[in-house]
Design a protein around this ligand. Structure first.
Ligand code: NAG
Ligand code: NAG
Ligand code: NAG
Ligand code: NAG
Length: 478
């Protein structure tokens, strides 16, 4: 965008003069500008959130720096050639100045790069536990028994589920407000499909199919890898109740993390939803210590369960409320915050973590657990993707700076030598480039003069007219 504006401005101000010579100049400038802006804002590859860019810089910063350094060092070839050939014009001095400033900034950038993964290997904490968010929702329909089973196969330490309460008080697992996305309600109860999920009774909810949508839409391109038996099972899945999910969790000796949706005020269980949920926990036979409670309401009534907060409060406030665990969205989880909470013996869980690089950064930060939609991906990360001691990082940084300085100096010396070689031994080339570099408007004027003189004088002495003020006299080389 910026580039287009600059080009447009140049076009307007230059008008007819915008010829090859200028395009070349602008090209050099544009290359410089893109490099600078590329370093400053590494596009939106990682999504449109600024936070995620900052976090991804923690993971990619050192490598982007080396990449940018290599690119700008290579650009030295163009800049050196241009500046040395053109001599000391104002424009070329500015280009040279901009280039050298960019280079200097790049040499210093590592001072500003911080990453949790620049650390001593010995202080690396154990691998963060992975919590299956709604099971393994990329491998099987979210919040179903099949999804939880798949997550357990991927070695998760806990299962996370979204709990709603049905019209007759049965806690069941549903993420959305309505049943439309993850069941076939549009076919079974077309008139009521836009209603809140908690306004159906358990008999009705149980009659819905909760797996067919996954087979049909194949949202993560994973259906192809299912066996025939798995497809059959998936095609017959029902909505899962909280008791079923907790029984599975208890059998597997794992923990459960519950996100609760309060039913709407007109719901008959609007007042008793917490008791209904606790009753289900008791009935499932799971140890209360293995269930983590997230809502901030009624914590006093659920003292036996583990408590985690979704809200980032001060450490004192957490102590006061008796909460020892915090659940943070990755975009809120700055390394500094994480360190502050960990030092104060607060446990930190970060969600959603689906990419190995993010998992690596959080691992280096010492986060004890992450919630993931992709436990099958995180399972294959045996160690942080990269980890450097501060000493190694300094070594890499200083070496790359020195190599770049040597290369840029070499390039300038070589270009200078090449140019002087041209002046000494290759006059035709110099002359040619002198002609092509002359703005074409001048050449056009010359041509007009030439035509004019041809008309008035006949075709004589054309060379003189073509290069009236040229330092190189053609006649000299004939
Ligand atoms: C559930 O609702 C249906 C009507 O939609 C009704 O026929 C059925 O008896 C209800 N079941 C229970 C257990 O309340
Ligand atoms: C449901 O299971 C039965 C056998 O148990 C199978 O024949 C049928 O195809 C399954 N339904 C779907 C939609 O896959
Ligand atoms: C369940 O897990 C705990 C640790 O989380 C372990 O100490 C215990 O032995 C396990 N029990 C069984 C039956 O595997
Ligand atoms: C955190 O726990 C450790 C041991 O459990 C204890 O020594 C330390 O004082 C605690 N730190 C704070 C800030 O409570």
């Amino acid at each position: 965008m910026l580039l287009l504006q600059i080009l447009a401005l140049c076009h307007i101000s230059l008008g007819q003069q915008l010829n090859l010579y200028w395009i070349h100049k602008i090209g050099v400038l544009a290359a410089l500008i893109t490099t600078v802006s590329g370093v400053v804002s590494i596009s939106d590859v990682w999504g449109d959130e600024w936070d995620i860019i900052l976090i991804s810089l923690q993971s990619t910063g050192p490598f982007l720096h080396i990449g940018a350094l290599a690119a700008v060092t290579a650009l030295g070839w163009l800049v050196a050639g241009h500046v040395i050939r053109a001599g000391r014009t104002k424009f070329h001095m500015i280009v040279l100045l901009v280039y050298l400033s960019v280079l200097l900034v790049l040499y210093m950038v590592p001072l500003a790069i911080t990453s949790p993964c620049i650390m001593d290997r010995n202080s690396l904490k154990p691998r963060p536990d992975v919590i299956g968010r709604r099971g393994a929702p990329m491998l099987a329909p979210e919040n179903t028994l099949m999804s939880f089973n798949k997550a357990l196969q991927q070695g998760v330490s806990s299962l996370e589920a979204d709990v709603s309460v049905s019209l007759d008080g049965v806690p069941f697992l549903m993420r959305d407000r309505t049943l439309r996305r993850t069941t076939n309600i549009a076919k079974v109860f077309p008139d009521k499909q836009h209603e809140d999920a908690s306004l159906f009774n358990w008999t009705e909810i149980r009659s819905l199919n909760a797996g067919q949508w996954f087979l049909e839409s194949d949202p993560y391109w994973t259906v192809g890898s299912l066996t025939g038996r798995e497809r059959n099972r998936m095609g017959n899945l029902t909505v899962c109740s909280l008791v079923e999910m907790l029984r599975l969790t208890a059998r597997a000796n794992r923990s459960a993390l519950l996100n609760l949706h309060r039913p709407p005020p007109e719901h008959p269980h609007y007042k008793t939803w917490i008791m209904d949920t606790l009753w289900a926990v008791q009935r499932s036979g799971i140890s209360q210590k293995r269930v983590t409670w997230t809502p901030d309401t009624d914590r006093g009534r659920v003292r036996g369960l583990q408590q985690t907060s979704l809200e980032k409060l001060s450490v004192e406030e957490f102590r006061h409320r008796g909460i020892s665990s915090l659940t943070l969205r990755y975009s809120q989880a700055s390394n500094k915050d994480i360190q502050d909470f960990l030092v104060n013996n607060m446990s930190v869980m970060v969600y959603p973590v689906n990419e190995p690089w993010l998992y690596s950064v959080l691992w280096c930060s010492g986060v004890p657990s992450v919630s993931s939609d992709a436990p099958q991906v995180l399972r294959k990360v045996p160690y942080p993707i990269w980890l450097m001691s501060p000493y190694e990082y300094c070594l890499v940084w200083i070496t790359s700076d020195l190599v770049s300085i040597a290369i840029v100096t070499g390039i300038f010396i070589f270009q200078k030598w090449r140019m002087s070689g041209m002046q000494n031994y290759n006059p035709e080339q110099i002359m040619l480039s002198a002609v092509t570099r002359r703005p074409s408007r001048d050449v056009n004027i010359m041509k007009e003069k030439l035509i004019f003189s041809e008309v008035s004088n006949g075709v004589t002495n054309t060379d003189e007219h073509l290069y009236p003020e040229n330092g190189y006299d053609i006649g000299q080389y004939k």
